[in-house]
Design a protein around this ligand. Structure first.
Ligand code: SF4
Length: 388
């Protein structure tokens, strides 16, 4: 990806690269507002780029590797503990490579402390959120890729607020790093642990911020000192269906799981629930998903928020089953967490069970996602929205 220190240039570059995708009125807004981006951070940069920054200070390049090893290998964000770096050089390197990017302004826990939601205030005052969910055999972090979202899905709290800006690579990576540090320090119920899974399902449409999302995957999966050393197979990137970016991701070389937020099997309803559908139809999105599965060997995850009397009818389950049968696919049904004042609400449990039964009858693997964090504004974007 090309990075720039010019305020607004990154956002403008992304908007430009999506020029062919700018939609007609009434559709999701794919354009990215111009806005200043945060100062460059270690997590934005490759190892070579970090060494160049340090050498630009008149300091030996290997100091960048030492600092990177502290940051990613030892999970230490406390420069006073970086005793392998001379004090005189440390302050200058900290200033150049690890500027403060985000402050936690609210933390909420539920599920006996195993679910932790954090609202982050970024350098320009915008708010985003991340969620850490600890299970017996894994720790999953749900992270944001944009501040707000321009996709305008009517049932989603984030969508109602519009898009503020793309997050930088480091702003994405540092959500995970904060969780990794809290786990390593034993601050999360269950004792010391590690992040094992990442889902790009917080605020934003990751594919609109494609370059930085892929750069963050690179950072998170590169071994220390370059990055955090997670497995790409533990990472899931979601999309409402930006077909060209799905194709790009298939060719990116990162075997991440692709999650398609489908929410309706028919174009008539999906046009309403996911406005981007007016640009990329159900068939096009699924064709891109199957091509992704062919190329990567990874099973596609279909996300489907079950909404009472909107998309939970038995005939829609049958139609969905017909679209998916025989493919390398798994359906995640998500009981909708209603946003305050919304007409949309979760399905009747009987309808949910019938939906599952009909998909299974078509031979489609399906699970109902557990609804962690419901009592702490669990649906995407709700916590940040209520913190404003
Ligand atoms: S559901 Fe996802 S894509 Fe749609 S508005 Fe919300 S955050 Fe954006």
């Amino acid at each position: 990806m090309s990075e720039s220190c010019t305020p607004g240039a990154d956002a403008a570059a992304d908007a430009g690269s999506l020029g062919a995708l700018i939609p007609a009125p009434g559709m999701a807004d794919l354009s990215v507002p111009r806005g200043s981006m945060p100062p460059k951070h270690l997590s934005d940069l490759s190892g070579n780029e970090r060494r160049a920054v340090v050498e630009g200070l008149g300091i030996k390049g290997f100091r960048a590797d030492q600092v990177s090893r502290q940051w990613f290998g030892r999970l230490s964000d406390d420069p006073t503990a970086w005793t392998d770096v001379p004090v005189a050089e440390r302050d200058r390197i900290v200033h150049a490579l690890v500027p403060s990017l985000m402050q936690p302004i609210r933390k909420l826990t539920s599920d006996n402390g195993t679910t932790v939601k954090t609202v982050w205030k970024l350098f320009d005052g915008v708010l985003v959120e991340s969620v850490l969910m600890r299970y017996p055999n894994r720790v999953t972090m749900c992270i944001s890729s944009q501040a707000g979202c321009g996709m305008n899905c009517p049932f989603c709290a984030t969508g109602q607020g519009g898009l503020r800006r793309n997050l930088s690579t480091a702003e994405i990576v540092e959500q995970v790093m904060a969780g990794a540090r809290a786990l390593a320090a034993g601050e999360v119920t269950g004792g010391p642990g590690r992040v094992s899974n990442i889902v790009f399902m917080g605020m934003g449409e990751p594919m609109v911020n494609y370059n930085r999302v892929v750069a963050s995957v690179a950072r998170l999966t590169s071994p220390s000192p370059e990055g955090l050393g997670l497995s790409a197979r533990g990472i899931t990137v979601s999309t409402v269906g930006l077909v060209p970016r799905i194709n790009d991701l298939a060719n990116s070389g990162f075997p991440v799981t692709l999650a398609v937020s489908l929410h309706a099997p028919d174009n008539a309803l999906r046009d309403e629930l996911v406005p981007l559908n007016k640009k990329f139809r159900v068939e096009q999105v699924l064709d891109a998903a199957w091509a992704y599965a062919d190329k990567t060997g990874r099973r596609i995850s279909i996300e489907y928020a079950l909404i009472r009397e909107i998309n939970d009818q038995a005939w829609r389950a049958d139609l969905l089953g017909d679209l998916l049968r025989g493919q390398l696919v798994h359906v995640n049904l998500i009981p909708l967490n209603p946003t305050p004042g919304s007409k949309w609400t979760a399905s009747d449990p009987r309808d949910e069970r019938e939906f599952v039964r009909r998909l299974e009858r078509k031979g489609v693997a399906v699970t109902v996602r557990d609804t962690r964090g419901r009592e702490i504004d669990g649906a995407c974007g709700q916590l940040a929205a209520s913190s404003r």
